[in-house]
Design a protein around this ligand. Structure first.
Ligand code: SF4
Length: 343
């Protein structure tokens, strides 16, 4: 079970279930471009560590091999940081590089650890992740992790300290290196070429991180039991067994989270929201955040339909598109009342 899936269960179980089982599609060009950037940096590290070649060569050569549909995005995501990454990597002796993405044998960046024991119904559950770069610290009990991110978000130290990803890495690394005392993490935003300060995790942090990972894995078990281990039996508008009375166990609306949610059009918080503000003010507010996300997703579908047809949607006295009769041009498609014929 990779950390990204577990992080989703820790954030909103229904969203996580919908993505994991394929109940909703979740593809993004930005994520694919990010994978290309990681592939290029991983190849540069491999050539440096295994062949002693300068990372700069691979950074330049490999970006050309990025998938053509996202190549320009990948170039934008790496261009500013390429030289700095080259200088940074060559400042570390290859023998001090402990693990990296795509590395093999003891230098593999992949890590896993048992999070749930086997039951009669299923085998034990492993939590897994992969570090981008891990290198030796000043003492035998310290390691440094660099995580490359090519998106638009520029991370802060607080973001790093709170991220499910790095708390999971902390727990996995303390499992992998029994004598580890400190795990230092920095996030390198390659698009802006900005590196966060180091955030340090101790063995004590690893204990609480382990509890967090376990609680996400248990929440996943609950969601799979509630909605099904696959989405095969799910109906178009929701999984069989989704019970609004148990909504608080599986639907956790928050403004930012819902706005990015690929499952918002199937979410019961959005589709069957709390009705009475006085009785349930918090749930009313949170459900409205999910509804706002669902409305934005529906508007995006309507705008895409107008673009694809190159024609407004007009049904009787209700229309949607860009042909709104208005003295001020409005390029964003929206609702309008069509002018009746003959007027
Ligand atoms: S819209 Fe919000 S509450 Fe609903 S599934 Fe998505 S993140 Fe969860």
């Amino acid at each position: 079970m990779d950390h990204g899936t577990l992080a989703r269960y820790a954030a909103c179980p229904f969203q996580a279930w919908a993505v994991e089982t394929g109940f909703v599609e979740h593809h993004s060009a930005a994520a694919q471009a990010g994978r290309e950037v990681h592939r290029v940096i991983a190849e540069a590290m491999r050539r440096y560590v295994e062949l002693g070649l300068p990372p700069a060569q691979a950074l330049e050569a490999e970006i050309i091999n990025a998938r053509p549909d996202v190549q320009h995005k990948a170039v934008d995501g790496l261009r500013r940081a390429a030289r700095a990454i080259d200088r940074f990597l060559t400042s570390i002796h290859p023998d001090d590089i402990l693990a990296y993405r795509g590395g093999s044998g003891p230098r593999s960046g992949r890590m896993s650890r048992h999070v749930l024991p086997a039951t009669p119904d299923r085998p034990g559950v492993l939590a897994a992740s992969e570090v981008d770069l891990l290198y030796a610290g000043a003492s035998a009990g310290e390691v440094h992790e660099i995580d490359f991110k090519s998106g638009r978000r520029v991370w802060t130290a607080t973001d790093v300290s709170q991220a499910f990803q790095f708390r999971t890495h902390c727990w996995l690394l303390f499992g992998r290196f029994p004598r580890l005392e400190l795990h230092h993490v920095r996030v390198w935003n390659t698009r802006a070429n900005v590196l966060t300060p180091a955030v340090s995790f101790s063995r004590r942090d690893a204990i609480s991180a382990g509890a967090l990972v376990k609680s996400a894995a248990l929440r996943r078990e609950m969601a799979l039991a509630e909605f099904g281990r696959t989405c095969d039996g799910a109906e178009a508008d929701g999984p069989v067994g989704a019970d609004r009375r148990r909504g608080d166990d599986f639907y956790w609306p928050e403004l930012e989270k819902c706005a990015q949610c690929p499952a918002c059009l199937k979410c019961l918080a959005a589709l069957a929201p709390a009705k009475d503000f006085a009785a349930e003010p918090e749930r009313y507010l949170r459900d409205t955040a999910a509804m706002k996300a669902a409305l934005a997703a529906r508007m995006a579908i309507l705008r895409a339909a107008v673009r694809a047809r190159d024609q407004d949607l007009v049904f009787g006295d209700l229309a949607f598109g860009v042909e709104k009769p208005t003295p001020r041009p409005n390029p964003a498609a929206d609702f309008y009342k069509p002018v009746a014929a003959g007027k």
